[in-house]
Design a protein around this ligand. Structure first.
Ligand SMILES: C[S@@+](CC[C@H](N)C(=O)[O-])C[C@H]1O[C@@H](n2cnc3c(N)ncnc32)[C@H](O)[C@@H]1O
Length: 288
């Protein structure tokens, strides 16, 4: 399937993504193990952890010790693949936008960094996920955080009003990445920063993965090749684009394939998944 074919299937992709994350938000009740349909006990990005592995998952992803202070209701619904808040090096008083905020973990971490003089806006297209994020906000008393329902391809945010945009394992899910980058450019102030953790590829993925809606919703099939992602960011007008790879371990890569229900052949053949797909730290700047 070519990128062009996938663009045509955009409504299907959006439905599959919304369904997956809506189910996760509804099924993963606070303090309980998610009924994610997976046989394994290990978690990977875009899949929730159970109670016992929650701290291990947060430790693997986050550099910021503040992540350990968040309640389980927040950390259990952590579905990211990196720590964009640390990457962003936020300052007090800044306005931050989180693309695809999920249960809100990065919004709450960012809120601590920007303090009461700053503001954090989380945007997510899945109503059940937004409900969980708003309940978490109330529980934490995070007055400087606001969650908005919306699509990252059409942000419910005014032009040039945001200092820093963060995102954690979400842009890969979009069927129209150039539009996402145009929108981020529109809402950032001149000189504003983009700090993203996301899944990217280095080389082609097998056809079975590229054509699987489940693999798209699981943050794999929609991942852009590293050079293509860089080109899309630059085409939107950003400068100083940097991408640093953080390779998955083989165990985690195999786990992701298993969780997605793809054929055993991929695993049996020891396809070098862990060298083709990885998490990246991506930064860029809107010119002054
Ligand atoms: C893999 S989860 C990551 C959530 C969160 N960033 C985290 O680290 O826990 C992806 C989230 O992005 C949202 N999402 C996916 N595509 C989106 C889009 N096009 N517009 C808005 N939200 C989207 C989903 O509803 C889901 O909550």
């Amino acid at each position: 399937m070519t990128t062009q074919t996938l663009q045509k299937a955009a409504p299907d992709i959006r439905s599959a993504v919304r369904e997956r994350y809506g189910n996760l938000a509804e099924q993963h009740q606070p303090g309980s193990q998610a009924d994610c349909g997976c046989s394994s006990t290990q978690s990977s990005c875009c899949s929730p952890s159970d109670d016992l592995l929650q701290l291990e998952t947060v430790a693997r992803i986050y550099d910021d010790p503040a992540a350990f202070d968040l309640p389980a209701d927040v950390t259990e619904l952590s579905l990211g693949c990196g720590d964009p808040v640390t990457l962003a090096a936020l300052e007090a008083g800044q306005t931050v936008l989180d693309l695809g905020s999920g249960g809100g973990i990065d919004c709450f971490l960012a809120a601590k960094k920007v303090g009461p003089a700053g503001k954090v806006i989380g945007v997510d297209m899945t109503p059940a996920m937004l409900e969980r994020a708003r309940a978490n906000k109330a529980k934490l008393g995070a007055d400087n955080v606001e969650f908005r329902l919306g699509e990252i391809e059409n942000l419910p945010v005014a032009d040039a009003t945001v200092d820093v945009i963060i995102s954690n394992c979400v842009i890969n899910l979009s069927p129209d990445k150039p539009q996402v980058l145009r929108e981020t450019f529109r809402v950032l102030r001149p000189g504003g920063k983009l700090a993203v953790s996301d899944i990217v590829t280095d080389g082609p993925l097998p056809q079975e993965i590229k054509t699987s809606l489940s693999a798209w919703a699981g943050c794999i099939a929609g991942a852009l090749d590293v050079q293509d992602f860089k080109a899309v960011i630059e085409a939107a007008g950003f400068v100083d684009v940097e991408m640093k790879a953080e390779y998955w371990g083989k165990e985690m890569a195999d786990e992701a394939i298993q969780q997605l229900g793809l054929s055993d052949t991929l695993i049996e053949n020891k396809y070098v998944f862990d060298k083709t797909i990885f998490s990246a730290k991506i930064t860029a700047r809107k010119p002054e």
